[in-house]
Design a binder for this molecule. Structure first.
Ligand code: ATP
Ligand code: MG
Length: 630
């Protein structure tokens, strides 16, 4: 395709239905939609009304006629040292068996099935089997413990829970079954059945009558033929909870037809990807990036997808790149947090392998700071493409759609608004749209949100309206709760979350801007800046910096020197008004399991408040360390 992106984008907004009617041709429908978008009840958008389809059919069955012997799923674990490849035909067989087992356990269209699993092939079968039956899956990140699991069980009320004996991280086995059993003690809702995959890693106490062994049931359904259950386009495909970086996770409900079309369209337009190529997304199926770009989009496109269990640095920092060589990966998708992990190791690990098959590396999930982007770009000598999105949207809001028209990257910017997204910058005080270049505002979207975006908050339409569509006075627009600016060429820059702005003696400062400056200091590996209540100034900024040399943290004199040095740097870059009141040095920062900074917890601890829901937190010791520094 050769077209100017600007025209392509404009058409998606001006001729919305015509544009998406064309994209809808990319997937199979049992019955074609009679209406492209029903927006008669804003902000609820119903996409491809009257259309009848099935997500599993589009990801698997559709390819059997043309590519049944091509690779579909490549499951690699450096935790158990196993690698297994499934062709489309084999994937179809395994998904059919899983679907037959779920049917035998009573799962029907509309039932919820919770998937609490490590990154193993069976998790992929489970997701596909659910949507094959029209059941609604809700994947819970395998690293979460009982509390997070229990609240999601009560919210989604699954009929069946699928789990495994254990996950493994850095060689340490984490038994899942005791965590699941504890969650089921805490939750009010109880599933009718629990299906357990036994990897032989940990004890798996079974509760008679409720718990079932996958291997035993699979053996009874080896020849299963389970037809796809065709569902209305607007039928929910899954529920996925947001990361919980800013508060209580929200149950994002996604449709079927809109999501399938959005992902199908994203492959040629955003990723310039084609059937027969190989996609390697290093995320986890517990996150939205994993749903969309480990499982569904590559399969819808007829590609092979790599599913990886393990650390990016074990056995060494070359592991991902060795897989690129081995499986001739063409598209790689990861997160800045993972690249920062690699950055602590020698770049030679990455260059040991022949990665000539790779076209580009896409990164998403959090701000891609310039030093990290520059480092990885120099190390692998491939284009680095930032993309900005949310669990709510299911696919990128901003990036460079290089499949439509190759465009140059600007470090620090995730690119331009993607087709379908009517992005606006809004002055949060007046509600007015900001149309001049380089004005800072809240990133918002005019409804309807494009196909693939959330339909509503699971069982809570009112929360959907109130949370997302009512934050800007006098206007019904979707707020991303992120700040941004747009330059004269349409490139956006994300300036942090709207609750990250601090007010120091009447000056509104974005913590992200201060962080950018501090992270450019040679001795700082990572930094978080939060606003802390101050009786005199309203708020003051506190900076928590992870130092490259951990010895500095223990040495008071070095800390003092470095603190003065960092303050000087902020003074010269942003002015004394932005200077943090203190710069405290630590060896780790509190993060969510998806690798995002938990500023709300940092701020709470700094203000002596209860840090709130920590069920999605990675490492409680990091928060304790912060506390000890105050
Ligand atoms: P919650 O909404 O529950 O507080 P969360 O916002 O962290 O959690 P996600 O949907 O996983 O949950 O994250 C989306 C957010 O991540 C975006 O709103 C933005 O703040 C940040 N983000 C994602 N990608 C990028 C990117 N490329 N650049 C900058 N920020 C990004
Ligand atoms: Mg969010």
């Amino acid at each position: 395709m050769s077209e100017h992106f600007a025209e392509f984008y404009q058409r998606s907004i001006d001729d919305r239905d015509g544009f998406w009617a064309e994209q809808a041709e990319l997937i199979d429908w049992q019955q074609k939609p009679s209406q492209i978008c029903d927006y008669s009840h804003p902000p609820f958008a119903r996409w491809f009304v009257g259309g009848v389809t099935n997500l599993c059919h589009n990801a698997v069955d559709r390819h059997l006629a043309t590519r049944s012997d091509q690779n579909a799923l490549i499951a690699v674990s450096t935790e158990t040292n196993t690698e297994k490849t499934y062709t489309y035909k084999e994937l179809h067989t395994e998904v059919s068996r899983m679907a037959a087992v779920l049917q035998a356990l009573g799962v029907e269209k509309g039932d919820r099935v919770q998937i609490y699993m490590p990154m193993i092939a069976e998790a992929c079968f489970a997701m596909l089997a659910c949507v094959r039956l029209g059941a609604i899956h809700t994947v819970v990140f395998g690293g979460f413990a009982s509390g997070a699991l229990a609240s999601r069980i009560d919210d989604a009320q699954p009929k069946v829970i699928i789990s495994a004996d254990a996950g493994s991280r850095g060689g340490r086995v984490v038994a899942y079954k005791p965590l699941l059993d504890e969650a089921l003690k805490q939750s009010t809702h109880q599933p009718a059945a629990v299906l357990m995959v036994n990897r032989g890693l940990a004890e798996m106490p079974m509760s008679a009558g409720r718990d079932h062994d996958w291997a035993a049931l699979r053996a009874q359904h080896l020849d299963a033929q389970v037809e796809c259950v065709w569902v209305e386009s607007t039928h929910p495909s899954y529920i996925l909870y947001t990361s919980g970086t800013t508060g209580k996770p929200k149950g994002v409900q996604r449709d079927t037809g809109g999501y399938t079309v959005a992902l199908a369209a994203s492959m040629p337009h955003i990723f310039d990807a084609q059937a027969g190529q190989t996609f390697f997304c290093t995320s986890d199926i517990g996150w939205v990036v994993g749903h969309s770009y480990i499982i569904y989009a590559p399969l819808i496109a007829g590609m092979a997808t790599v599913m990886y269990e393990g650390l990016p640095i074990r056995p060494d920092a070359g592991i991902w790149w060795s897989l690129v060589e081995k499986y001739k990966v063409t598209h790689m998708f990861s997160a800045p947090t993972a690249i920062r992990v690699l950055k602590k190791h020698e770049a030679e690990h990455l260059t040991r392998y022949d990665i000539s098959s790779l076209k580009a590396l896409w990164l998403a999930g959090e701000p891609l700071d310039e030093p990290t982007a520059a480092w990885i770009s120099a190390a692998i000598k491939k284009p680095i493409v930032d993309n900005y999105w949310q669990t709510e949207t299911g696919w990128p809001i901003m990036t460079l759609c290089n499949g439509v028209e190759p465009q140059s990257t600007r470090f620090g910017s995730p690119g331009k608004a993607v087709y379908g997204y009517n992005v606006k910058l809004i002055d949060d005080a007046t509600g007015q749209e900001l149309t001049e270049p380089n004005q800072k505002g809240v990133l918002a979207m005019e409804g309807p949100l494009p196909p693939g975006c959330m339909q509503t908050v699971w069982r809570d339409d009112q929360r959907f309206i109130n949370t997302y569509w009512k934050s800007i006075p006098g206007r019904l627009v979707y707020s991303t709760f992120d700040w941004g600016i747009r330059d004269a060429d349409g490139y956006y820059f994300i300036l942090g979350r709207t609750d990250d702005v601090i007010n120091v003696a009447g000056h509104r400062l974005g913590t992200r801007e201060i962080e950018e400056v501090i992270s450019s200091h040679a001795q700082v590996a990572e930094v978080a800046v939060v606003g802390v209540a101050d009786s005199l100034k309203g708020q003051v900024a506190l900076a928590f910096a992870v130092v490259r040399d951990a010895n500095v943290v223990a040495d008071e004199a070095s800390c003092k020197n470095l603190e003065a040095d960092v303050m000087k740097l902020v003074d010269s870059a942003l002015g004394a008004v932005a200077r943090p009141q203190r710069v405290l040095f630590v060896t780790a920062l509190p993060k969510t399991r998806s690798g995002k900074l938990l500023r709300r917890a940092l701020q709470a601890v700094a203000e002596g408040r209860d840090p709130g829901d920590l069920s999605t937190m990675e490492d409680p010791a990091a928060l304790a360390q912060v506390q000890s520094r105050l």
